[in-house]
Structure formats: C-alpha cells, structure tokens
Design a protein around this ligand. Structure first.
Ligand SMILES: Nc1ncnc2c1ncn2[C@@H]1O[C@H](COP(=O)(O)OP(=O)(O)OP(=O)(O)O)[C@@H](O)[C@H]1O
Ligand SMILES: [Mg+2]
Length: 156
C-alpha cells in the first residue's frame, strides 16, 4: 500500500467554555492516493469539524495529522496556509466567495497566489470551471445575484 496522503491519529477537538463541547473525539483514519472517502453521519455529529481539522483549517485539541507523511502539529500558521493553498482543495457547505471580487477574480486568486502559471494562462482557466454547457450567467446578468449553483461551481 502507498503512503497515506492524509493520516490522522486520535484526533479530538473540544471547545472550552462554561460547558466543554466535544466536536470530534478520538478519530483515527488514513486516506491513500486514489481513494475516494465519504464521511457520513447525522447532522451535528462533527463531520465538518473533522474536515476542518483534516484540511488544516483548525487545530486539534489532541491527536496528530500527517500530510504526505509530514506531521503538521508543529507547523506555523503561514506554513499551514501554504499547504492549504497548494495541497488541499475545499468545497465548502457554504461557499465563502469574496463579494468584492467577480466570479472570475475569485477563481483566479488562489492561482495568482501560487504563482505557478503565467497571467495569460490564469486568465484562460476560469471559463473551464464554469458550467458543462458553458453557461456564463455572470456575463449575462452580472455578479449581483449569482445563483447557488454558480457560487458552488466558482468556489470549487
Ligand atoms: N463554534 C462552535 N461553537 C459551539 N458548538 C459548535 C461550534 N462548531 C460546531 N459546534 C457544534 O459541534 C457539533 C458538530 O458540528 P459540525 O458542524 O461539525 O457537524 P456536521 O456533522 O458537519 O453537521 P451538518 O451535517 O449539519 O453539516 C454540532 O453539535 C455543532 O452545533
Ligand atoms: Mg457540516
């Protein structure tokens, strides 16, 4: 078996307050290259909280996460941000697009930050992330009221 792309051991996330809330408790898992994994469970059971940990958006209260074999718990915020940008793809339940920017600019921002492509190549890409039939509702209607499906495609 190949090395796990992502591996977690004993992941626990608690929120301390008047009452301590446990979002994730003792989760251990490994995902290998090419595997397609779904995390299922009742609403409120902690799926998103677990994915925030695995996506390096949140830090566990205890437990460890390895990304391609590298342990992540001691990494600085900037390093984690770089890993999220280069290694992790997110499709959020809520889309978190930046309203100040057009759909095209939202798509281009991460590519610009990565600096792997020429500006002209970046400009050619957003159209590929649009609808299968090439819908361009932004072009037709502006970005004031994009439909949910437009937001979803753009955020991916
Ligand atoms: N910041 C927070 N403060 C307090 N409780 C929280 C916080 N974030 C999550 N929770 C609670 O932790 C639990 C797990 O939430 P989470 O969003 O991970 O569940 P989920 O499985 O993704 O649910 P859904 O299927 O509805 O998306 C829920 O009971 C939620 O109310
Ligand atoms: Mg959720």
């Amino acid at each position: 078996m190949t090395m796990a792309v992502i591996e977690a051991e004993g992941l626990t996330r608690r929120l301390a307050g008047e009452v301590t809330v446990t979002l994730v408790e003792d989760a251990t898992l490994a995902v290998h290259q090419g595997e397609f994994v779904a995390i299922t469970g009742a609403s409120g059971s902690g799926k998103s909280s677990l994915l925030y940990l695995l996506g390096l958006l949140d830090r566990p209260t205890s437990g460890r996460i390895w990304l391609r074999g590298d342990e992540t718990s001691t990494l600085e915020e900037d390093t984690l941000a770089g890993l999220r940008l280069a290694e992790v793809g997110f499709v959020f339940q809520f889309h978190f697009l930046l309203p100040e920017f057009s759909a095209q600019e939202n798509v281009m921002l991460p590519m610009q930050r990565l600096g792997r492509l020429q500006q002209s190549e970046i400009g050619a890409r957003p159209s590929r992330s649009r609808g299968r039939n090439g819908e361009t509702s932004e072009a037709a209607f502006g970005w004031a009221k994009p439909a949910g499906c437009d937001r979803s495609r753009t955020s991916q």
